[in-house]
Design a protein. Structure first.
Length: 197
């Protein structure tokens, strides 16, 4: 009878170890799923923005023949370069937030990796915002030529209204996006801090 009890105890302890391993795997999977769902709040807007930049690049390239002066052509080329740079930086910043393969590492290392990636993401986003301000200048210059019709640039207040409206909109929009991204990244950091230590 003692041999049977010993065998049962051994199997139960094996089950406990198996259960602990399964529990750890389940927690890791749940954390990865929650992390990815939080990051999607950043991923989708960035991907949509990149697609819009690529479409705008194509539009400017297709209508390049409407830019009839060297200055306008230079501004057109600058717009295309800025649009492509914004797209590339968006994709790079999203890659910085990929922690899929790192969630199996020790707790302290995960938080260190995440902190580094978060800082890198913020730096790339700041560069993107600066590029957006430059892009706005080039787009305002190109709009009248690209959409034909009357030359509205000769109206007395066109440039004043265009730049003031553009800068005010871009300022508030960039503040809104930055605040939203910070909130999402803070929530993902709190999620990572709940990992078993």
């Amino acid at each position: 009878m003692e041999l049977y009890d010993l065998k049962t105890t051994w199997q139960n302890e094996g089950n406990i170890a198996t259960q602990n391993n399964l529990t750890t795997l389940i927690i890791d999977k749940m954390t990865q799923d929650k992390y990815q769902s939080k990051i999607k709040k950043i991923t989708f807007p960035e991907i949509i923005g990149s697609i819009i930049c690529v479409i705008t690049t194509g539009f400017i390239a297709l209508n390049f023949n409407k830019l009839d002066t060297i200055v306008l052509q230079a501004v057109g080329v600058a717009s295309i370069i800025i649009l492509l740079a914004i797209s590339v930086l968006s994709v790079l910043s999203l890659q910085r937030l990929n922690l899929k393969k790192d969630l199996n590492k020790p707790y302290a290392e995960i938080l260190k990796i995440y902190a580094t990636q978060k800082l890198s993401f913020y730096k790339l986003q700041k560069i993107n915002i600066i590029l957006c301000y430059l892009l706005m200048i080039t787009i305002i210059i190109l709009l009248p030529k690209l959409f034909g019709g009357k030359d509205i640039t000769e109206y007395k207040y066109f440039w004043l209204y265009a730049f003031v409206t553009g800068y005010v909109f871009l300022f508030w929009f960039s503040k809104f996006v930055t605040k939203s991204y910070r909130k999402t990244l803070q929530q993902t950091q709190e999620l990572l801090m709940e990992l078993p230590k």
